[in-house]
Design a protein around this ligand. Sequence first.
Ligand code: FAD
Length: 397
Amino acid sequence: MRVIVIGAGLAGLAAAEELHHAGADVTVFEARDRLGGRVWSVPFAGAMAERGAEFILPHDTELLAMARRLEMPLVRKGTLYGNREPRGGEPVTREQVTTAMEELAALPELEGETVYGALTRARLESGVADAIAARLEVSCAYAADDLDASVLREGAGAFGDFDTHTFVGGNQRLARRLAGELDEPVHLSSPVRSIRWSGREMNVCTETTEASADAAVVAVPASVVDQIEFKPPLGEQKVDAHRAVRYGQAAKLFVPLRTPAPPSQTLSVPGRWWCYTQLGADRQPLRFAAAFAGSPGAIEALDVANGPGPWLDAIEQLRPDLELDRDQAMVSTWDQDPWVRGAYSARAASASILNPELSRGQGPLAFAGEHTAGRWHGLMEGAIRSGRRAARELLSR
Ligand code: FAD
């Protein structure tokens, strides 16, 4: 079987690897000039900074199994992703937040309700409720007034004292490693413009090439799938499902430290962002601090579009213990990125990301991408699960 994979993020590459190992003839087209999509690791302050996906969480079982299978070592970050110290709002302890989260997760019938609705129903103290809303808005990169309350139970919003990891040398190494398993190098800088099929023949066109195949995996974000012409066109339900996907918005800031700081995690409750420090592969503190702002409102308030200045000022206020080397700061944003136009799919109450139409195949096409991964959406884990599911779908036809 000849299969074309469109998109060399983790979803497309996981699909390509699985298809290749099953004996398929695989060609991958990628729009960007690099592999990995929203996984993008760059050298920074003597280590690697993750401009996109960073944290591997304990529940990421397929990702962790893949790391073991490919013998790719992980760095223990020491950062307590799930237990951030809330600051800047009404005084609240981390213990109060953790206890309240356990109560919230036990509330019946969370699905279909917003996070704000559930917080009101639980009658929490206002400071605790605001700290939880802040934490969820940051992690889900989406405003709590349209965030489905099921995030209180699962997913990126995970709470608790668990370890977090990244790949030694950066998460993008996983993308390179998966691509390295294939016979044919990934075609970079090759945005796919059209996919046409009739009977048993399929043609995929980029601006410069045309390739034929028996089937394809479409592993591009829902936000940019309309840039590809499908002939015959995608079904109405599929198009509607793609259009309905809401994307969260996130920005990251990296700033070198004059003195390295041990792992820490501080949440700005009013600002809807957090600042963290972490360990490197040598188990010593890294020489930079990172910050992550989630939700469009937070990014606007920090005026990220005009550079790092206001955010650096805010970090100095939130974390006076950190000695920032402001001149070398680096900002990472995704809202203007033409190949995604957002950070990751959101668990919106107004448009369910659990819509089975998103992952449903059509003719010789299978669909992958974090937005098709059901409860694993928004994560590297979801991207990998979706790619492998799409590959198995084609193999079983
Ligand atoms: P993508 O990585 O977007 O890959 C899709 C690929 O398709 C891209 O390479 C794109 O260039 C390509 N493409 C698009 N259109 C075309 C076309 N027409 N032709 C050819 N190629 C095309 N996840 C975690 O697990 N932990 C985290 O800590 C975490 N933090 C994050 C922080 C940020 C700031 C962001 C942005 C994301 C974060 N994520 C995190 C989410 C994670 O990055 C994604 O869930 C995952 O990487 C998505 O993979 P994907 O393959 O579905 O999509």
